[in-house]
Each structure stands twice: as structure tokens, then as C-alpha cells.
Design a protein around this ligand. Structure first.
Ligand code: PFF
Length: 465
């Protein structure tokens, strides 16, 4: 392994590796990747369904321990090797387990980004309709199902959203990814604070605030833990090659531990704010009826427009809310696509443009399949799921735990925990080193095995999550 310079070392193809300009750019770009549909669309519906305050408490505990250890691991491996996941694993060996470990991490974002862009397209369409003044139409019962089964319209919005992502990627790491994150993330925070303040001050909303923030042991179940663990992976962009890739663009002087804490803080703050935007609004609207709280994935696209339609200034609230979701989805989709592009650059030595075009083609083909899976391709059912749901299941429930297990294996059996500690210590003291060692050695493999088995059991209907 060669020692990388602060400006990046030549890649496979002899080009200089891109890098972030400094700590701020890095933290905002990683936070941009982490804060996405997972925070605003997924976290509130899971928190609503799995017990409110108790779900939040377990989520926080897992994030500060297990999540923290995994983020540090991936970032340090990326920075140490200056490579995206395949190259990072290959730096330690070329036999089958290394190929598997690298590629499973690298392929995940390539499979996620197409369906993520489909949902991003739905968000763009909702924003467009709110701006047009069609709030009442969006609140109609069958609007969402009619829209997603409309084929051409869903495909059109997929293309619009993907094109925006593509243009940022083509612009490069500093000019594109970093610049967009630096603008969008602060705007996102301001919008989130504003919208949640509005929501919690509606009459009847306080019950919702209590439900989200105060843990109630009666609401605890084993599935609360399993779901919180899965959500942590999803939300923090762990086990999908992203943190390897962004770590590889990170300069040696940046404090990995501190940036990790900042990213976690940022990501969790936005998730809690999203919970505060949605759950109190649902309580104000329905008095917290169990049916509404259990709405699941459709909470944002079906329930929320109905809630807005009953609120004063609901139309303006709708515009701000979907603008916020769009920003969050864009920065995350950018990080997913960037990871794919970076893998192709490293492995094939092609130009950034060529790699971006290949990723765009993958998005278009797989994304169209997911988008049309609710219309012309609705006869296709994979394990009883639509194409979009199947990609979500395959990546999140099967591949991500495997990818994280591969990272644990690489660190504990090959690279050594001390090598990671040394990498972290290049810029500062490793303050939570003991905790890190304990988690990587003992708890991470057990936790990962539990997620994998429970998710599979859930998908096949053996247990119900
Ligand atoms: N962490 C981001 C989010 O919460 O939306 C992006 C993301 C990446 C989500 C990968 C999900 C995923 F599988």
C-alpha cells in the first residue's frame, strides 16, 4: 500500500484522486448522504409504528455504539487505502472472500440508487403539484396509487430526478457533490426547524410530541430493536460502500472520530425533526388513531397530504415539506451514484464521464423496471414483492448485513483493529477506542447475524415485523 498525500494519490489510471476541500465540506457531504428519505420518510413511519419514544431511545443507543463503530471502520478503511470498497478489500488480498467483500459493498449502492431515484421522482412530482396549487387533489384517496400506476408519468419524474443527480456527479467531487451539499444542507436544516415548529404548535399536537419523545415500556417488543437496528444502517448510509468512498477522499488531518459524531448528530437531529413534523401533525389530525399511526410507507405520500389539506396554510406547508424531502433525497442519491462512479473509476480506470454515463444507464434500466413495476410490469412479482420492494428487500435486508459482516471480518481477521486505530490516530487521539474494540470484536457480528435472520424471516412471513 502506498502512502497517500494530502492532495490524493494517483489512481489506477494514473489520475489524481479527488478530495474534499476540508473538514466542513466532508462533514456536510457525508451528512448529505446520510440525511435522506430514510430520515424524513422512513424514520417517522417506523417510530410511529414501533412505539414512539421507546423506538427512539433504542435507536439512539444503537447509533452511539454499533453505528459509531461501523462508521469509523468504513471511513478509516477508505482513507487508509484511498480506494472505494472493491479496491479497499483488494489492498489486503485477492482471494475470493476479498472479492466478495469488496463487490458486495460496491454493488449495493448501484442497486439502491435506481429505486431511490424512483421515489425521488415521486417527491419531485408532489412538490410540483403543491407549487401548482393542487393540494386538494393530492389529498384524494386514490391519488397516489393512480399516480404510481400511471407508467408514463412515474417514468417522466424518474428521468427528471435522475438527470439532476447526474449533472451534479458530472461536475465532480468538489464542484458538484461538495458544493451542492454546502448549499442544500443548511437550507434543509432551516426548513426542517420551521416546518416542525409549525407542526408542534397545531392544536392537539402535544400528544404526538409526547408519543415520539417519551419512552413507554409497554410499547416495547423485540421487533422494536430489530427495526431500529435496520433503520440505523439505512439512515447512516452504513454498509453500502459510501463511507469507504467518501473516506477515500478525506485528508489525513481531518479528525475521523469528531466528524463521525457530527454526522451522527446531524442525521439524528433531522430524523427527530422529521418525526416532530409528521407525528404531531398526525395526532392533531386524527387524535393519534392506531390506524393512522400504522400507515407505514404510505404515511408520507397518502396520509400527510390529507393532514396538510386540513390545516390552515397547509398548501404552503406542503411546498416547504416536499422541498425539504427533495433536497434530502437529492444529496443522498448523489452519494449513492458517486460511490458507483468511483468504483468504476478505480476498477476500470475509465474517465469520470464514461463511468457516470454507465451509472446513468444502470439507473435508467433498473429504475424504469422499478417505476413500471406498478403499471405495465405489474405482472412481475419477485418473492411476492413488486420490483421496487424487491430491490429494497434485497439490498437492505440481505446484502447490507452481509456487507457489514465482510467489513468486520476484514478488520478483525485481516487488517487488525490496531491498524484502524492507527489510521484514526493520524489526526487525533482515539477517544472511544476501548468501546470501538469491544463492539467490533464481540457485538457487531452478533447484531448483524440477528438483523439478517430476522429480516429474512420477516420477508418469508415466518415472523411479523
Ligand atoms: N442514508 C440515506 C437515507 O437515509 O435516505 C440514503 C440511503 C442510502 C438510504 C441507502 C437507503 C439506502 F439503502
Amino acid at each position: 500500500m502506498t502512502k497517500p498525500s494530502a492532495t490524493g494519490q494517483p489512481t489506477h489510471s494514473g489520475k489524481q484522486r479527488s478530495s474534499f476541500s476540508g473538514k466542513m465540506g466532508y462533514v456536510l457531504a457525508v451528512a448529505g448522504s446520510a440525511v435522506g428519505l430514510g430520515n424524513i420518510w422512513r424514520f417517522p413511519y417506523l417510530a410511529a409504528k414501533y412505539g414512539g419514544g421507546i423506538f427512539l431511545l433504542i435507536y439512539l443507543l444503537l447509533m452511539l455504539t454499533f453505528g459509531y463503530a461501523l462508521i469509523i471502520s468504513e471511513t478509516a478503511l477508505g482513507r487508509m487505502t484511498k480506494k472505494s470498497p472493491v479496491g479497499a478489500f483488494h489492498s489486503f488480498g485477492k482471494s475470493l472472500p476479498f472479492h466478495f467483500g469488496g463487490w458486495v459493498n460496491a454493488v449495493i449502492p448501484m442497486l439502491i440508487v435506481p429505486y431511490y431515484c424512483v421515489i425521488g421522482g415521486w417527491v419531485a412530482k408532489y412538490l410540483f403539484e403543491y407549487v401548482k396549487g393542487s393540494a386538494a387533489v393530492l389529498a384524494e384517496d386514490s391519488y397516489f396509487s393512480n399516480f404510481i400506476s400511471s407508467g408514463a408519468s412515474a417514468e417522466f419524474w424518474l428521468i427528471v430526478f435522475s438527470l439532476a443527480v447526474f449533472l451534479v456527479i458530472i461536475a465532480g467531487v468538489k464542484q458538484g457533490v461538495e458544493r451542492v451539499s454546502k448549499i442544500m444542507m443548511p437550507v434543509l436544516v432551516i426548513l426542517a426547524i420551521f416546518v416542525s415548529l409549525y407542526s408542534v404548535t397545531r392544536p392537539g399536537a402535544m400528544e404526538g410530541v409526547k408519543y415520539l419523545l417519551v419512552p413507554n415500556l409497554d410499547n416495547f417488543s423485540w421487533m422494536t430493536v430489530v427495526t431500529a437496528m435496520g433503520q440505523m444502517f439505512y439512515s447512516l448510509s452504513i454498509a453500502m460502500g459510501i463511507l469507504y468512498t467518501y473516506g477515500s477522499y478525506l485528508k489525513k488531518e481531518v479528525d475521523i472520530e469528531k466528524s463521525t459524531s457530527q454526522v451522527e448528530l446531524f442525521d439524528t437531529a433531522i430524523a427527530i425533526l422529521a418525526g416532530l413534523m409528521i407525528i404531531p401533525a398526525v395526532f392533531a389530525f386524527s387524535g393519534g388513531s392506531p390506524d393512522t399511526l400504522q400507515a407505514g410507507p404510505s404515511l408520507m405520500f397518502i396520509t400527510i397530504p390529507k393532514v396538510f389539506a386540513h390545516m390552515e396554510m397547509g398548501d404552503g406547508f406542503g411546498i416547504l415539506f416536499f422541498l425539504l424531502v427533495l433536497f434530502a433525497a437529492l444529496t443522498s442519491a448523489i452519494s449513492l451514484m458517486e460511490t458507483g462512479v468511483s468504483t468504476f473509476e478505480d476498477q476500470f480506470g475509465w474517465s469520470r464521464k464514461k463511468c457516470s454515463l454507465l451509472m446513468a444507464a444502470i439507473i435508467l434500466v433498473l429504475g424504469s423496471a422499478s417505476a413500471l413495476g406498478f403499471s405495465s410490469l405489474d405482472f412481475i412479482s419477485l418473492l411476492g414483492m413488486s420490483i421496487l420492494d424487491f430491490f429494497d428487500f434485497l439490498t437492505n435486508s440481505i446484502m447490507m448485513p452481509l456487507a457489514a459482516l465482510a467489513t468486520c471480518f476484514l478488520i478483525t481477521r485481516v487488517a487488525g483493529l490496531d491498524a484502524i486505530a492507527k489510521e484514526v490516530e493520524q489526526s487525533s487521539a482515539f477517544r472511544r477506542k476501548k468501546l470501538y474494540y469491544f463492539f467490533m470484536k464481540y457485538l457487531a457480528p452478533v447484531f448483524l447475524g440477528i438483523i439478517l435472520i430476522s429480516s429474512i424471516a420477516n420477508a418469508f412471513g415466518w415472523i411479523s415485523m
